[in-house]
Design a protein around this ligand. Sequence first.
Ligand code: SF4
Length: 188
Amino acid sequence: MKIKRRQFLKLMGASTAMFALWEFNFLAEVEAVVPSLRIQYAVATPGICPYCSVGCGITVHTDPVALNVINIEGDADHPINRGSLCSKGSSLFQLVGNTQRVTTPLYRAPGTNTWQVKTWDWTLDQIATKVYNTRNTYFETALDGITVNRLDAIACLGGAALDNEEDYLLSKMMRGLGVNYLEHQARL
Ligand code: SF4
């Protein structure tokens, strides 16, 4: 069938109107069944992921009534990451929202299978005492007539949960003690 130009324009107009009507109904139906977003009334605060020097932008959503963090996600407007986060950055919300997060030092005495909750003062005293005694016992000043000033009895393993400043201070302290074996588990 041959369609004239005027008929074609009428057909297109009718099709467009039908599609617009269908889309309007469709969106109304979707809005009726989809629950409102959890962050609908949240306060959005821009921030920077604390974990590594890439410096990805994040958005922290806070409940304005309860004043607690309810969501952390990549900042879509940030020029570095444009909304994406690596696996470490994606877990940022667990820093504040994970009820299973360990928040106190736990100590398992030699020969036992149970953990005891300890204070930070007790824990730091234990670590300082062990480091002090180990260094006094094993620090080497020279080997085969060559000055080495090293401590091979202690190794240091950094972790992905450390930020840049903590890593810097840790490596400075370890080198000050003479520790050579410094490693980090992150392989980003
Ligand atoms: S840890 Fe991941 S999300 Fe955080 S700044 Fe580095 S690359 Fe970005």
